[in-house]
Design a protein around this ligand. Sequence first.
Ligand SMILES: [Mg+2]
Length: 144
Amino acid sequence: MPLRVLALDLERTLISDANSVAPRPGLVKFLAFCHDRFERVVLFTTVEEADAQSALDQLVDRGQVPAELLAPLKCVTWTGEYKDLGFIADAVPEDVLLVDDDGGWVRPGQRDQWVAIAPWDGGPDRELLRVQQVLLERLGVSPI
Ligand SMILES: [Mg+2]
């Protein structure tokens, strides 16, 4: 089954947190890469949808991320103790990769779909660049 959908965690993965909304180093290039390589990119976060949307709006308003990279990121509606990839509409879990700093949210049985990223809370960081390489490998593209 081809990997078509990329699910991204928000806090500590793309930004610091939904209050301070600091963009992780490399965020713009990372999002552009994700949209290039996957048919669909979604946001899979524990943050309430309105607060998540407000965080994305702040990134745009501050000129930190172009709107066209964030507008397509729809929040996955979900409940329960795991970020079950089955909540993603029009996809089966095998189609999806989840980038998340917290493996505790990964549903047992879906750990093969998880791409771990170190949690970020400010400061220099190259994790988004590293994860791009991991995603390329998962997609079967050799590193350049
Ligand atoms: Mg997180």
